[in-house]
Write a protein that binds this ligand. Structure first.
Ligand code: ZN
Length: 190
């Protein structure tokens, strides 16, 4: 890259930073479920190196396009419904529970709790439990994707998973089951 081109790209990056869509909007664009303002977001991404990088990171972690049979279920928050608490192994005694929420997606119910990370009070533990018609098999995976944090964890045989040392921010949470992908976006970790 010659110096002019490098400068040009740096300036473009600066210019576009202010207009960049929120991470969850890029997530919805990636999944093909973005409706509101989709054309503007697509136009922005075509010219914004920063968002192109963000989308490339999403591609690596949200690999839904590789499996055409996978049903993508966008989870809806269910107010005031607490159907399942994470088991004691995941809800460490003495930690402060900061938030919990339950979501419905097709036949699946997903409960998420956010607690202080026991090792570092400025970070969070995000634990969840998914339940549905079938028991989650050994292959189920959970992914938590945010601006500076991309992690994937196995879902255990009773549907539980947990992420440690999560910085505060706005995330996409996905649980990939045998033939379905349950997605929560945005998940606010405060
Ligand atoms: Zn952008």
């Amino acid at each position: 890259m010659d110096p002019d081109e490098a400068l040009d790209r740096a300036l473009t990056r600066q210019l576009y930073r202010f207009a960049c869509p929120e991470p969850h909007v890029l997530g919805e664009l990636h999944l093909g479920v973005l409706e509101e303002g989709r054309e503007q977001v697509e136009a922005h991404v075509r010219n914004c190196p920063r968002c192109q990088e963000e989308l490339a990171a999403l591609e690596r972690f949200l690999r839904t396009r590789d499996q055409p049979d996978l049903r993508v279920l966008v989870a809806q928050w269910v107010p005031q419904l607490q159907v399942a608490e994470p088991a004691p192994a995941y809800a460490v005694r003495g930690t402060v529970q900061l938030a919990s929420a339950t979501y419905q997606a097709g036949e699946f119910t997903l409960s998420v709790s956010i607690t202080e990370d026991p090792q570092n009070p400025s970070l969070r533990t995000v634990a969840g439990i998914v339940s549905g018609e079938a028991e989650p098999g050994g292959q189920a995976r959970a992914r938590l994707v945010g601006p500076t944090y991309h992690e994937e964890e196995a879902v255990d045989t009773v549907g539980q998973f947990a992420f440690d040392r999560v910085p505060a921010g706005r995330y996409t949470l996905e649980v990939e089951l045998e033939d379905a992908l349950v997605q929560v976006s945005p998940l606010e970790v405060a």
